[in-house]
Ligand binder design. Structure first.
Ligand code: 1AG
Length: 135
């Protein structure tokens, strides 16, 4: 059984978020604001249903899914795209493929050294975020 990702997590680093946002076609104006944000990740699990909230002073993004069950994702407040998304466990990594207009889009989450890691990718861009647990 993989370790639980549940809890409240605060961003400590965010590498190449700019490149990731450019790949998603986010405007310069929005990128300037978004780059300054510290995200809080809130991950909850009820039965086999996950709810993931990404919170910031600018925008919030919440979605939910069941592992191994494809779902329709609308990235409301982000790049406003529709994806067919699928989340699976690959070893200790929770991996999502977001199929849609953008090639090679997805993310993976895992725990390493008590930190929550998130790798976001789109086209040829990879953004790496690390979060520490909120006590
Ligand atoms: C996600 O998390 C997205 C979480 O699926 C947000 C991360 C990046 C934002 C995505 C695209 C940038 C678009 C617009 C920028 C505008 C505002 C930025 C606001 C950021 C806070 C919401 C994956 C994973 C799910 O955590 O478990």
């Amino acid at each position: 059984m993989p370790v639980s990702l549940c809890g409240n997590w605060d961003m400590v680093s965010n590498v190449n978020f700019e490149g990731y946002m450019i790949a998603l076609g986010i405007s310069l104006y929005t990128r300037k604001i978004a780059l300054k944000l510290k995200h809080r990740k809130v991950i909850e699990q009820v039965g086999d249903q996950y709810v993931v909230k990404t919170l910031s002073t600018f925008r919030n993004y919440t979605f939910s899914f069941r592992v191994n069950e494809e779902f329709e994702e609308f990235t409301k407040g982000l790049d406003l795209r529709h994806c067919k998304s699928l989340v699976t466990w690959e070893g200790n990594k929770l991996v999502c493929i977001q199929e849609g207009e953008k090639k090679n889009r997805g993310w993976s989450h895992w725990i390493e050294d008590d930190k929550l890691h998130l790798e976001l990718h789109c086209e040829d861009q990879v953004c790496k975020q690390v979060f520490k647990r909120v006590i």
